[in-house]
Ligand binder design. Structure first.
Ligand code: AMP
Ligand code: MN
Ligand code: MN
Ligand code: MN
Length: 295
């Protein structure tokens, strides 16, 4: 039987609702063999995830989902197989988190001006000392009865041009990819079909990303339709990029899809893991998954 790869997931280290150990247990139960922990701008969940994964024989890929500002909009870059301690990456992510903290306070001020008091404090309490994301604001606004669900909070308060939105000043694309490479990892454009971009602009993004040293794009994502998968497979192949697959799981409450429950990569794609070995990730935890796959 072939291994199941899920290379995009969130824990309580960012805006996920499961702890790293809980996430690993759930992934294992769902049949995932290789799980990347890709918290927003944060690698703090990886250690706990690895400790939990060892006895289960599940392979944890150290990752992050880096917030990037490109062409005035926000793009997410998934980093895989990074050394979380690599200095440029650690420093770069620390700076991104500093902006994130300022943005959360600014979001609180803007919402306050619109008559919504205590949103920053509420989001901060939900984040419980970890990074504060818009998701935490969304949960607070649902809990306080401002909106029926998270999706509608985004629609009415948190999207671009809405009262609580603060334009991003995240990492430049070239810098983010550079940090990933310096950390020994591979950079992947997250959920490319989800950006509010024309096809021409998306091609420009992918071209620049490749020039910076990017390795792949998420062809299969929990938030992609079958048509998106076909289009993104073609895009990856046109640019000579590898293909990644990840659920973008944030917790059992409202997942795009369950961990590991992803369609296969289209056969014409080159999987981003085609040349992986456990040694590349710099640690060992159980049998080499690639060898098992060949058995
Ligand atoms: P941030 O990085 O703080 O701007 O938050 C981005 C996160 O918000 C994403 O990773 C998603 O988890 C969540 N998100 C973004 N847009 C939506 C939406 N329309 N509905 C629900 N969650 C969303
Ligand atoms: Mn998120
Ligand atoms: Mn994302
Ligand atoms: Mn994500």
């Amino acid at each position: 039987m072939s291994l199941t790869f899920d290379l995009h997931s969130h824990t309580t280290a960012s805006d996920g609702t499961l702890s790293p150990a809980q996430l690993v247990a759930r992934a294992h139960a769902a049949g995932v063999g290789v799980l990347a922990i890709t918290d927003h701008d944060e690698t703090g969940g990886v250690g706990e995830a690895r400790a939990a994964a060892g006895p289960l024989g599940l392979h944890v890929v150290a990752g992050a989902e880096i917030s990037v500002t490109w062409n005035g909009g926000t793009v997410h870059v998934v980093a895989l197989n990074i050394d979380p301690e690599a200095p440029a990456l650690a420093q770069g992510l620390a700076e991104v988190r500093e902006f994130r903290q300022w943005r959360a306070e600014e979001m609180g001020r803007r919402l306050e001006q619109r008559g919504i008091a205590g949103a920053y404090e509420g989001a901060r309490a939900l984040a419980n000392g970890r990074i504060i994301s818009r998701t935490h604001f969304a949960h607070f606004l649902v809990q306080t009865g401002r909106s029926p669900d998270v999706r509608s909070v985004f629609k009415h308060y948190l999207k671009r041009n809405k009262p609580g939105h603060v334009p991003g000043r995240w990492a430049p694309l070239e810098a983010a990819v550079g940090w990933v490479l310096e950390a020994g990892g591979q950079a992947v454009i997250a959920h490319p079909a989800r950006y509010d971009m024309t096809a021409a602009r998306l091609r420009r993004l992918v071209g620049e990303f490749k020039e910076c040293g990017g390795s792949g794009i998420e062809v299969v994502s929990g938030s992609h339709t079958p048509e998106d998968v076909r289009l993104m497979a073609r895009l990856a192949n046109n640019f000579g990029l590898s293909a990644s697959a990840g659920s973008d799981f944030h917790g059992p409450e409202n997942p795009y899809v369950e961990l590991g429950r992803l369609p296969e990569l289209p056969p014409e794609c080159t999987p981003i893991w085609s040349d992986w070995s456990l040694n590349k990730a710099g640690h060992s935890c159980g049998p080499d998954p690639l060898r098992r796959e060949q058995e």
